[in-house]
Design a protein around this ligand. Structure first.
Ligand code: FAD
Length: 478
């Protein structure tokens, strides 16, 4: 413990937890009073979408409860961090600010400025990695360049990275009494008139995150590799929003599933199949760090010449789940109702927008950004570019998902469609993915009419030909 007894500000961002939190652990280790703060920057770019704000509201409330129980309640401030942090440091007599780094390029550059501002005000500033298995820049190929292909990236990361910074939630924090805080209710993060969040069935916060991890280990992990492709089942972990908001350290997740496999609760192959997805998250974050324009520009520049269609009616039908393709519509309605969509269905709906409708992937990315509780700049842009064929290690553009056969393969009984598109619920499994081809007596027995459920807004076969012709145009222009 040093003789310096000035307080330490712990600046929380997307590390909304007490356990396994390197910045907080460092602050606690100093033995000095702790001021935990969250700063809402209303000019943040990109601003969080509506669903993300819903999550933030609840996760901050949960964090405050845990911090209060540990001894030092969460302080809420709004404004620009480069002004608010030095101001707060002055108010509470802080000599040090600690934070877990954000690796997105804009945040990275801003944090460097903030550290500079603080240092010029005589306040030290330290950053840690609390969100990734490895910091970007530490996984590079033999020529010292970032990997652009997933498999070698994954091999390199998994052979070198080691679990770090795991430790229990601290207790007995000493606070700085009288530190003023804003009221979260005044931040209006929760939607009202209308409140579209009534179907959001989530438990934001560290306790909810731990519970979701435990449930997954007890349930889906043992047959993850097949279960994760079945949207009607709870075969995946649903940890994405918890990971995005830093309610769990990714090493905690990896260590827990590996320990479960070691103790025979799940086959090792299933645990490693799951770890592979955590490494995809890592790949996205590293790519975004090294290629800052990923959310705006095609990673493969020839794709920037693509001639997208302007189709407001098609886009609206897609957002509302009224395309006439049941699996697409089920996914888009699951997204709107719950703030989340199953991964297999994300791929199907994204392919439909980009290839069947030939609508720019950035429009889909923006819709997801606003509606997903797990909206994440790296994962969202990397995955949209993967589908659009323009990304690093992407699925080729000519691989056009057929929404009907995808539905039949991954939702064979139609349970997922029945749940999210109730107007088709009475259709037999044989026709659930092809109501447009069903005989009229089957449709009328199930109460399906063009008024209750639309005919397909495009013919998939013709749309596929159109997409491949558009691809040839850019190949010629290249
Ligand atoms: P699980 O299968 O249980 O996987 C565990 C974790 O691994 C996930 O929580 C996630 O952190 C990570 N992961 C899984 N799949 C991927 C993937 N394909 N790419 C990167 N990381 C992955 N994920 C987001 O977290 N935020 C997004 O904004 C996002 N946008 C997407 C957009 C499109 C078009 C597509 C096709 C996928 C997107 N994904 C995004 C990836 C993936 O769909 C979700 O991470 C996954 O569905 C979350 O469910 P889960 O937690 O049950 O996943």
């Amino acid at each position: 413990m040093s003789s310096d007894q000035s307080s330490v500000i712990v600046w929380f961002r997307r590390d909304l937890r007490l356990a396994d939190n390197p910045a907080l652990a460092h602050a606690v280790a100093t033995g000095r009073p702790i001021v935990p703060v969250y700063i809402l920057d209303r000019d943040e770019n990109p601003a969080p979408g509506g669903a993300a704000k819903w999550w933030l509201d609840k996760s901050l409330k949960a964090l405050d409860i845990s911090l209060t129980a540990a001894g030092s309640p969460l302080v809420l401030r709004s404004g620009h961090a480069e002004l608010e942090l030095p101001r707060l440091a002055g108010e509470v007599g802080a000599g040090l600010v600690v934070m877990n780094r954000l690796f997105e390029p804009v945040a990275w550059a801003r944090d460097a400025e903030i550290a500079h501002e603080l240092k010029s005000a005589g306040v030290d500033c330290k950053g840690y990695n609390g969100s990734l298995l490895c910091s970007p820049g530490s996984v590079l190929n033999g020529s010292g360049q970032p990997y652009k292909v997933f498999t070698p990236f994954s091999k390199s990361l998994l052979s070198t990275a080691e679990p770090r910074d795991l430790g229990p939630a601290p207790t007995g924090l000493s606070s700085v009494p009288g530190t003023g805080s804003e009221a979260i209710e005044d931040w209006n993060l929760q939607p009202s008139s209308p409140d579209w969040s009534t179907g959001f069935d989530w438990s934001p916060g560290e306790i909810g995150a731990r519970r979701a991890l435990e449930e997954f280990i007890k349930g889906g992990l043992a047959r993850y590799s097949s279960g994760r492709d079945r949207p009607a089942e709870q075969g995946s972990s649903r940890l994405s929003p918890h990971l995005h908001w830093g309610e769990l350290h990714p090493w905690r997740v990896v260590e827990s599933v590996r320990a479960a496999a070691e103790s025979g609760k799940a086959p090792k192959s299933e645990a490693e199949a799951f770890v592979r997805e955590i490494v995809w998250r890592e790949f996205s974050a590293h790519l975004l760090h090294h290629f800052p324009r990923l959310p705006e520009r095609a990673f493969r520049p020839e794709y920037d010449a693509f001639e997208w269609r302007d189709d407001p009616a098609g886009f609206e039908a897609w957002t509302r789940g009224r395309t006439g393709y049941p699996i697409v519509d089920a996914g888009m309605r699951q997204l709107w109702t719950t703030g989340w969509m199953h991964n297999r269905v994300r791929m199907i709906v994204a392919s439909f927008l980009v290839k069947d409708l030939l609508i720019d992937w950035r429009r889909g990315q923006a819709w997801f950004w606003d509606t997903l509780v797990d909206a994440d700049l790296g994962n969202n842009s990397q995955n949209w570019q993967w589908i659009a064929g323009s990304g690093a290690d992407a699925s080729p553009f000519f691989r056009v998902f057929n929404p009907t056969t995808q539905g039949e393969k991954f939702d064979p009984k139609g349970d997922y469609v029945r749940r999210w598109v109730p107007e088709l619920a009475a259709l037999p499994a044989k026709w659930i993915h092809t109501p447009h081809d069903a005989p009229s007596d089957v449709l009328s027995a199930a109460g399906v009419t063009p008024r209750t459920y639309p005919k397909p807004i495009v013919d998939h076969k013709a749309a596929r030909e159109r997409a491949l012709a558009a691809l040839k145009q850019i190949a010629r222009a290249d």
